[in-house]
Ligand binder design. Sequence first.
Ligand SMILES: Nc1nc2c(ncn2[C@@H]2O[C@H](COP(=O)(O)OP(=O)(O)O)[C@@H](O)[C@H]2O)c(=O)[nH]1
Ligand SMILES: [Mg+2]
Ligand SMILES: [Zn+2]
Length: 314
Amino acid sequence: MEGIVTKSTGKWYIVKLADGKFMNCRIKGKFRLGKFKLTNPIAVGDKVWVDPEKGLDTGMISKLFPRDNYVLRQSTRRRHYMHLIAANIDQAFIIVTIQDPMLKPGFIDRFLLTTEMHSIPSYIIVNKADIYTEDDLAIYEGLKQMYAEIGYETLLISAETGEGVDALKELLKDKTTLLSGHSGVGKSSIVNNILVDLDLDTQEVSDYSGKGMHTTTFAQMHDLEFGGSIIDTPGIKEMGFINMEPEDVAHNFREIFKMSEHCKYGDCKHVNEPECAVKEAIELGRISILRYQSYVSILEDVMGQNYWERETDW
Ligand SMILES: Nc1nc2c(ncn2[C@@H]2O[C@H](COP(=O)(O)OP(=O)(O)O)[C@@H](O)[C@H]2O)c(=O)[nH]1
Ligand SMILES: [Mg+2]
Ligand SMILES: [Zn+2]
């Protein structure tokens, strides 16, 4: 039977079968992803083939259908491993807050680099509109403008008051959307308070600590009653880029890549090279210095990591 993975807990996968029923499944066989070692071979959103186990209500996943796309991140516990966050998504929302927790500079850019690399349309969603001061809102407006200039839409919402939720639903309709972001920004609240009716949702939704806080340990896909589905994920602590080359960074910062055709050297990394159009554009205020700082910081990570790789592997 064909199905789609809606939750993965490491050992067990919850698969929504073609007939709409859910089944607890395990994996049979080997699954690989190119040269990367994976902590998890199958992700939420994967389309799989399931063989029911005789006499039991569980199943074995025996086949993984080709993926349209996937989002990977470096495993935080095992440096050389990658973790598959989700597969077959139409778009990604990066959820951030200006305060509580405070916005971490560069995080949005790190996330956008990942989705850009896989050509996944992305939106920046700023949650907790209800708690912001005028200064916080000014920061929001600055962000919104900066990202609008390079073609990313930013939305201000509140999972608490429902502000901005209609616009959010419009974006979600009939699509599979990945929710990502640091822990505490309100991802689970967005899903549980405003999108998914807990009483209607027959699946076990998320661990509930009893303190008004949903702690999400595993990614989970929920169907939306107005069409489409949403994938809640555990908070990302840091984003490493073991799978990237410096060129990947240079090619997936949109505005930097666009400007780089005017650099003197075709392989310009826009750091120390002469006649670099990107650095000129920054001086002229045509490329944001904040975006460039993110770029350089990621480039340093990637180059440092690759160097470290070579030293240990040879
Ligand atoms: N004031 C306010 N608090 C919120 C909002 N959304 C979530 N929270 C609170 O922020 C905390 C973390 O929310 P949670 O959904 O668990 O975040 P997650 O870790 O991203 O899934 C909880 O105490 C929520 O009640 C919001 O829009 N406004
Ligand atoms: Mg959560
Ligand atoms: Zn350059």
